[in-house]
Design a protein around this ligand. Structure first.
Ligand SMILES: Cc1cc2nc3c(=O)[nH]c(=O)nc-3n(C[C@H](O)[C@H](O)[C@H](O)COP(=O)(O)O)c2cc1C
Length: 360
């Protein structure tokens, strides 16, 4: 029934619907639910230690034999820059005073570590059908190990140049991530956010530029978006924000509440939370320090100085300093179990395709 079956054939899934990896927001429950429903469940490993990633993968493999995706960040580790980090803390000084937070307590920066040998060993051990990367691709030798194991390799592109580069490095499919997308921009050949492309313009241009299947991501949250993506030439969709309100999403009540009330024009691209551009629900820190700040240290170092502020404000049920990643289509998302959402989306696409064929 799907107008383009290239991704289904590549991944072995029943449906060309990928639940986007969402570091910090979705673990095994979500992955199992989506994969069991015929989609591709994705485990984001960027915030997990190797031990925790192993536990999640063990649980997933125990509960489903369907295809799954393991996802990793592959940024360059940040260079130490003490003056810049000091400047960042100074920029936040007034908030430490106001919240009576200790600027010296912070979380270690080991979270959001790039893909390495140990994570690669884990991939070899669990052999996910798909591995996807964000921020480019890892070291060639690691990539070769994955390719030799038969796992399909995907990565995000935010421009035609990035898509061509990923195809040249041997990616099996390209995720075209439009500007509407929630979470971090996968951009890696440029740092200029002002020229980032929307999904509607990006997908067909990437489809024209590469031979491998293209997955559309960004602002797709219902069957209409999926149909539009296929009309633009995509072979699958990757949906993040649409799955955030599912009960399987491991997010705080505060985050859930914020998603519930956020309108189309209440998210923005910001670097204040981690040092890298990402789309989040606008809050006090973004308004007063960003949304883009030249003072923010390199990814992921900006997060450390914020940790005491987050902790203090979250204790008071306040979201002034917490990143609530969200895409622009958040209003289209629904509170449904992930399996039901996946099945409903597929059924609605099927129904609408029939209607379009009748109308034609
Ligand atoms: C809460 C959240 C966390 C995300 N974390 C990751 C991640 O860990 N790895 C990744 O490749 N993409 C991540 N993304 C981006 C998604 O892969 C995808 O590009 C995006 O969700 C698509 O846009 P949408 O949110 O409008 O559906 C995240 C997105 C959200 C909303």
């Amino acid at each position: 029934m799907w107008p383009n079956d290239r991704f289904i054939k590549l991944s072995g899934t029943e449906l060309p619907i990928i639940q986007a990896p969402m570091a910090g927001s979705a673990l095994s429950d979500m992955v199992v639910a989506v994969s069991q429903a015929g989609g591709l469940g994705s485990l984001a490993c960027a915030l997990l230690s190797v031990e925790n990633a192993r536990k999640e993968l063990e649980t997933i493999r125990r509960r489903t034999s369907r295809p799954i995706n393991a996802n990793f960040f592959c940024h360059q580790p940040p260079r130490e820059n003490h003056p810049r980090e000091l400047n960042w803390r100074r920029r936040l000084d007034a908030y430490y005073v106001q919240l009576q937070a200790d600027s010296n307590t912070s979380t270690p920066n080991s979270a959001r570590a790039p893909f390495d040998e140990k994570m690669c060993d884990l991939v070899m051990e669990f052999h996910p059908e798909v591995v996807s990367f964000h921020f480019g691709l890892p070291d060639k030798n690691l990539l070769l190990r994955i390719r030799k194991s038969g796992t399909k390799i995907l990565s995000s592109a935010t421009s035609v140049d990035e898509a061509r580069w990923l195809e040249d490095q041997g990616c099996d499919a390209i995720i075209a991530q439009g500007f509407e997308a929630g979470g971090h921009r996968g951009m890696f050949l440029t740092e200029d956010v002002s020229t980032q492309v929307g999904t509607m313009a990006l997908v067909p241009q990437v489809v024209d530029a590469v031979k491998v299947p293209v997955v559309a991501a960004g602002g797709i949250a219902d069957a209409r978006g999926i149909l539009a993506a296929f009309a633009l030439g995509a072979a699958a969709v990757q949906m993040g924000t649409a799955y955030l309100r599912c009960p399987e999403a491991q997010i705080s009540p505060l985050y859930r509440q914020a998603l519930n009330g956020t309108r189309d024009n209440e998210t923005a691209i910001t670097n204040v939370f981690t040092g890298r551009p990402a789309r989040a629900i606008v809050n006090r820190l973004m308004r007063e320090v960003g949304p883009m700040s030249e003072v923010a240290p390199e990814f992921p170092l900006a997060a450390a100085a914020l940790a005491p502020l987050r902790a203090k404000s979250e204790m008071a049920e306040c979201a002034d300093f917490t990143p609530f990643w969200s895409g622009q289509a958040v209003r289209l998302s629904r509170e449904l179990p992930a399996a039901e959402l996946t099945k409903q989306l597929a059924a609605q696409v099927s129904e609408n395709l029939k209607l379009l064929q009748i109308a034609a």
